[in-house]
Design a protein around this ligand. Sequence first.
Ligand code: TXA
Ligand code: MG
Length: 338
Amino acid sequence: MYIDERRAIELLNSNDIVALPTETVYGLAARFDSEIALKKVFKTKKRPSFDPLIVHVSHKSQLEKITASVSEAEHFLMDAFWPGPLTLVLSKKANVSDIITSGLDTVAVRMPKNQSFLDIIQQTAPLAAPSANLFGYTSPTLAEHVEFEFSGAVPVFDGGPCAVGIESTVLKIEETDDTLHLYILRPGMLSHHDITKELKDYSEKRSRVHFGATPASPGHIDDHYQPRNPLIVAKQSSTWTTGIHAEICKKLNLPEDTRMLGLAYTNDDPTLVARLLYSDLRRLSSEDKSYIYLTVGNDFFTEEWRGIRDRVQKASKCSVMEENGQFFIHNKLENFQP
Ligand code: TXA
Ligand code: MG
């Protein structure tokens, strides 16, 4: 069901939820101070309660409502990258609902780069919003993805295609006497290089970048962003053959008459690939009894592709590796290297 900005505001201000565009993916928004709406978000997405939400603000002054304290380094990064695809994990104010934070003493906050979203926050409140998809599946980058995902049951404001296409970079920063520790809890199209480069203007301290879930970001599970059709990843050199097809079908327990739907990201601009990834995975899931055979180039393994690699890894079922002229099918991206 498509709605306009005015209706979105009305619904949000009466304890309801709406899907809204951001520059990364569409979000399923609820006022941060409406427990009724927050519960609806989890119920609608079938999201487990241990996975905390990001709160979206339209102005830094709103941080007062949400955070206990914001360090100088955190302010600096907000000024550098907001509005934009950077989420900061901050110490939370006591009044922020445990539904948002999954009981953690931190809260994730970002300012999205989408004028409609920002206008709507201005007329409602800071909005908690996870991606507007069923838990575990591919995120939406078009309003029609949201329509399809919830069979029209979720009101959505159509803001066109999302420019970035994958979710924001989630960062926690800790400062010691001589070091800025950057914990990249979820990589995105804003890279740690972009962040450390900017921090050189903030402090002479060295930056140390840590990847992965320390300190833990509870929402991270191995299977996520999954398309409805299984995703198989292969290098450009591993051209699809009937032999590989047989191995894939065996590995995934698929009948031999399953169809292969090809997708190639070879020598592509990562910015463009990120923008198209979720649309492509959804498009190639509209036919039943098929799997997606994605081939990638060597650039897939470079730093600029880290965010995309993370999503492809979680969205994938298995990958094809050639070893001494023989093909092996591994789980996810295990042993998948240039
Ligand atoms: O680009 C985005 O970030 C999109 C748009 C809608 O803003 N939102 C999004 O939300 O991707 P969601 O719920 O799909 O992912 C939120 C991520 C989860 O991985 C969660 O674990 C992490 O942020 N997160 C949220 N609060 C956290 C916290 N207090 N500490 C650590 N990680 C947190
Ligand atoms: Mg999500």
